[in-house]
Design a binder for this molecule. Structure first.
Ligand code: PMP
Length: 429
């Protein structure tokens, strides 16, 4: 495999862009490689500037549940584009997307569009604090909620990959009200509420964490969290930026049967354009400006192009519920095939899967917490990543990210991936 042109571009990129990347997870340095430069995506595949083809398990880190450049989704884009990309004024497209989300999530009466997942969680926190008139927030180890100051404590994703969960530049003041609890630990949760319950404005959680690899919350844990937040009148936020419209059409809250007060969305609802959103109970959402006193705004929020694309994706998903069964089935095949090879070659590794979300961890232990995730062998993951890439399989370049599947991934893609996995694991033996 030749990476000449990627190498050249990466060198040039580093002159003008910090680390050569506009988001740290795109740096392949954690797996000891230079970044790849991509010039095209179609279906389940991406193509780099050297002409290499890969079966893509990054899928833009989640938005592309229907695969790259899906023709149905794009079909009216040019028409929308011809009328302009943004007016900074109201459009009908905003209502269409908002209505679809509200109808799909019973816990969401009203929704506000923003431009990223980071904006969604940051705004939802402000709203929860405004609503409860309390300051303290609780998050969980290994969960990532974007890069706003008060949430950048013991987070997952790129921050975990680079082993610096707390960013420099975040002031003591910004995080002095942020409490962090271990994920999936009911006892610790009860203790924290006993001490801080009356002061807690909000608890934010990824109901299925995708940012320390895929680690699903235990059902009893989420139920206990709901019970405690209700009792202490603390706002419960589900960060469904990844799980929303991915785990199922109704997200993790539908799968677990636990309803939060506020939900954050991103990724899939923009279909590959920059969109985030936060929504929830009317009583809380009515506190958002201009109705209420919690200020939040955005020049490009709800822009017609992104709203249109998001609407196309969600209406396709709504009309084709088989997408979820299909993706789950693919994920299950991957899980079974990988586990079989792990067993055959006696590799210290395990797979976590919930529905269509899955991760391979290089540890022999069961992975249910951030503590277990941290014990994984990163060096072996790097070897594995490179061996898979050589076979044309593009995995997220980090042990701490899940695989993103799409409706465009075929049986043949899965078979090829499993064959590549076998070769890669043989090298690790
Ligand atoms: N929440 C979760 C659960 C995420 O996975 C991410 C991004 N991966 C974010 C929030 C932040 O979203 P964005 O990158 O769009 O700011």
């Amino acid at each position: 495999m030749n990476f000449e042109r990627s190498k050249k571009l990466w060198k040039e990129a580093q002159k003008y862009i910090p680390g050569g990347v506009n988001s740290p997870v795109r740096a392949f340095q954690s797996v000891g490689m230079d970044s790849l430069f991509i010039c095209k995506g179609k279906g389940s595949k991406v193509y780099d500037v050297d002409g290499n083809e890969y079966i893509d398990y990054i899928c833009s880190w989640g938005p592309l549940i229907l695969g790259h450049s899906n023709e149905f989704i794009y079909k009216d884009m040019y028409e929308v584009l011809q009328n302009g990309t943004s007016y900074g004024l109201c459009t009908e497209q905003e209502i269409k997307l908002a209505k679809l989300i509200v109808q799909a999530y019973p816990s969401v009466d009203m929704i506000r569009m923003v431009n990223s997942g980071t904006e969604a969680t940051m705004s939802a926190l402000r709203l929860a604090r405004g609503y409860t008139k309390r300051s303290k927030i609780l998050k969980f180890e290994g969960c990532y909620h974007g890069h706003s100051d008060s949430l950048l404590v013991k987070s997952g994703s790129g921050a975990l990959t680079f082993n610096e969960p707390t960013s420099s530049g975040v002031s003591e003041d910004a995080i002095k009200n942020t409490l962090v609890a271990p994920y999936n630990d009911i006892e610790a949760l009860e203790k924290i509420f006993q001490i801080y319950g009356e002061e807690l404005a909000v608890v934010i959680i990824e109901p299925v964490s995708g940012n320390m690899g895929v680690v699903p919350a235990k059902k009893e844990f989420l139920q206990k969290l709901r019970e405690l937040t209700k009792h202490y009148e603390t706002v419960l936020i589900f960060d469904e930026v990844i799980t929303g419209f991915r785990l199922s059409f109704g997200g993790a809250q539908e799968v677990y049967g636990v309803q939060p007060d506020l939900t954050c969305f991103g990724k899939i609802i923009g279909g590959g354009l920059p969109v985030g959103a936060y929504g929830g109970k009317k009583e809380i959402m009515e506190m958002v400006s201009p109705l209420g006193t919690v200020y939040q705004a955005g020049t490009l929020s709800g822009n017609p192009l992104a709203m249109h694309l998001g609407y196309q994706v969600l209406s396709y998903l709504k009309g084709h519920p088989q997408v979820y069964k299909y993706i789950e089935n693919m994920a299950k095949k991957l899980e079974e095939g990988i586990l079989e090879t792990i067993e055959e070659y006696q590799i210290d590794a395990t797979v976590n899967r919930l529905k269509g979300m899955l991760s391979l961890f290089f540890t022999k232990n069961k992975v249910e917490s951030f503590e277990e995730v941290r014990k994984c062998n990163i060096k072996i993951f790097s070897e594995y990543f490179k061996a898979m890439l050589k076979e044309g399989i593009l995995l997220p370049p980090s042990q701490f990210e899940g695989l993103f599947l799409s409706y465009a991934h075929s049986e043949e893609d899965i078979q090829k991936t499993l064959e590549a996995n076998k070769k890669a694991m043989l090298l690790l033996k």
